[in-house]
Write a protein that binds this ligand. Structure first.
Ligand code: FE
Ligand code: FE
Ligand code: ZN
Length: 300
């Protein structure tokens, strides 16, 4: 099983810190933003730290092919004019950074059409992807399935297919399926086989390169996109386990993006990462109804 979580990428220790964090969770893969997701401030990649990180990954049997970067969510390829140009240029830079760091996958939210029509938005996304993916691009862009919040594009498999159809360099395009997002978009995770058949028929399972494993705070078709800890939301532990342990998905990296657990401390509010205990729970195949309290206890 290839299982990990979102980890941080900090200015001081960069990728080395990300790898150490993943190892501390008992993970064998991870995902990170190369800087703050909501701005364009990026520190220069320190190659010494990168080399140390790669060494540590090798020692811990973390295959760089399973590691994914997440593009900042301020990139909106569905937009037009200056905003579109900004998105294309920033995505090009991010793709370069992924290459420099030695990885080959970046997850991207397709985009929101805002005041345009959805058709125009999808057309802009396709144009943007074709501008970013050049002959010498080695990185694969993974389009994430979205919850349908606001004016998001890519809320069902047909829309993702439509985008892929327009991309010229199809060998550089893949899909990241997010369990919370598809639940909120209207897919019923009580039967993952129906979903995977649908995916295979409309997109093709070979395009599926990453899974975001999250429970959801909201019911099916709510279009909300609020992640919940594993087993504590509306999707539930058994349904998520059926995704994680599905035979057809065994080689696909699985990334947890579940919320940090807060502690109402008298001095200040802290938040603890849930990933170590969630990964343990997934590996044990036993639902822990006291997960949140156990996380608080663990980090006390
Ligand atoms: Fe995402
Ligand atoms: Fe996600
Ligand atoms: Zn989400």
């Amino acid at each position: 099983m290839i299982l990990g979580s979102h980890v941080s990428f900090k200015k001081d220790d960069q990728l080395l810190g990300s790898v150490k964090e993943a190892i501390s969770y008992g993970a064998n893969t991870f995902m990170f933003y190369t800087g703050a997701p909501q701005n364009t401030v990026r520190s220069e990649i320190n190659m010494n730290l990168k080399d140390q990180a790669m060494e540590l990954m090798k020692e811990n049997k973390i295959d760089k092919k399973n590691v994914v970067v997440h593009a900042p969510y301020i990139i909106n390829l569905a937009s037009s004019l200056e905003k579109h140009e900004f998105a294309v240029n920033f995505l090009k830079q991010e793709v370069k950074r992924v290459e420099i760091l030695g990885f080959d996958k970046i997850v991207l939210h397709p985009g929101s059409y805002v005041s345009l029509t959805k058709e125009e938005g999808i057309k802009n996304i396709i144009g943007g992807l074709n501008e970013v993916l050049k002959d010498d691009t080695s990185v694969m862009i993974l389009l994430e399935t979205m919850a349908g919040k606001g004016t998001e594009c890519g809320v069902n498999f047909k829309e993702i297919r439509q985008i892929i159809d327009g991309v010229l360099k199809k060998q550089n395009i893949g899909v990241c399926l997010d369990t919370c997002h598809i639940n909120d978009a209207g897919y019923n995770l009580n039967d993952i086989d129906i979903i995977l058949n649908d995916f295979d028929q409309i997109i093709g399972l070979k395009y599926l390169k990453c899974l975001h494993i999250n429970d959801s705070k909201n019911p099916i078709l709510s279009h909300k996109d609020r992640h919940e800890n594993i087993g504590l939301g509306t999707i539930g532990f058994n349904n998520l386990m059926n995704v994680i342990y599905h035979e057809k998905l065994k080689d696909v990296p699985k990334i947890l993006e579940t919320p940090y657990v807060t502690v109402n401390d008298s001095s200040k509010d802290r938040a603890y990462p849930p990933y170590k205990l969630e990964i343990e729970m997934i590996k044990s195949k036993n639902f822990n109804p006291n997960l949140i309290n156990d996380i608080r206890e663990y980090y006390k």
